[in-house]
Design a protein around this ligand. Structure first.
Ligand SMILES: *[C@@H]1O[C@H](CO)[C@@H](O)[C@H](O)[C@H]1NC(C)=O
Length: 267
């Protein structure tokens, strides 16, 4: 009986094999080192998204529909392409409507949305930036850069942190990788840790304001091992103190912050 219920739940949650998928390792495993995603949690609020724009998938996102922010986004780094910024944000129609199409869409073109995801309105006048997880700066093409402008790939980020320390993290990460890895097979995962505050306010708790942003990279060698890797984590404020560390150390920090028994960024 329990098993039957479980199967039924999975079926109901999957909503067909499109962009919000049952198993993103199967549907878009190309964005994960060795096809293995970071840890996923149990709980009905989580969704696996193959971020698809105009029928092409560009990265993967693990999304929390209760906090209405991602847990992490994962992508392959192909070198800096200097793309321009779209500055118009998509949403994910399939999170709120099983019948919706598989592509990210602008809110004005979606008949029903907002129950299980953040909308533009949540950020208005909040003072917080829509902080990218998979960043524009690392995008492998202009189409990919445009695809990063989906609210399911963003979380409220302190504006000074976004323009200051975190921007430097993205720049230094790219430099570090280009120096150490010759951009062969480079995989990056960027995530956030839910905090105590919400947008738009403490009464209407719609969108969680993360306490931390983190990121980690892995360059695979010819034996498919992370020959070079590392991570950083910083608090979501102007005076964030960012430290570089090993992936193992970051994983232990995340294990504590997510209150989980294990958290693996790279399996
Ligand atoms: C950003 O962080 C600083 C402190 O580090 C704070 O003064 C400021 O209000 C924060 N911005 C937002 C939008 O919370």
């Amino acid at each position: 009986m329990t098993l039957l219920l479980h199967v039924l739940m999975l079926f109901l949650l999957s909503g067909g094999s499109a962009k919000v998928v049952r198993n993103f390792e199967h549907e878009c495993g190309q964005f994960f080192a060795n096809g293995k995603s970071p840890t996923t949690f149990t709980g009905p609020q989580y969704r696996q998204i193959c971020q698809t724009r105009n029928d092409v998938a560009y990265f993967a996102t693990y999304y929390d529909t209760y906090n209405r922010i991602p847990v992490y986004s994962a992508y392959k780094f192909e070198g800096l392409k200097h793309c321009t910024r779209l500055n118009e944000w998509y949403i994910e129609p399939q999170l709120d409507d099983n019948e919706a199409g598989l592509n990210m869409a602008f809110q004005k073109n979606v008949r029903y949305c907002g129950e299980r995801q953040a909308l533009n309105g949540d950020y208005v006048k909040s003072g917080f930036h829509k902080g990218h997880l998979a960043p524009v700066y690392h995008a492998e093409s202009q189409d990919c850069a445009d695809a990063t402008f989906t609210l399911t790939n963003a979380a409220p980020q302190n504006s000074s942190f976004n323009q200051g320390q975190w921007r430097k993290v993205e720049e230094m990460l790219a430099k570090d990788i280009e120096f150490k890895c010759q951009i062969q097979h480079v995989y990056i995962v960027t995530g956030v840790v839910p905090g105590k505050k919400f947008l738009p306010d403490e009464k209407v708790k719609r969108v969680n304001v993360p306490s931390h942003f983190w990121t980690a990279f892995c360059c695979l060698d010819h034996k498919n091992r992370c020959s070079h890797s590392g991570g950083v984590i910083g608090t979501n404020d102007k005076n964030s103190f960012i430290v570089g560390m090993t992936v193992a150390f970051l994983e232990r920090r995340l294990q504590n912050l997510y209150r989980t028994t294990t958290f693996r960024v790279f399996q």
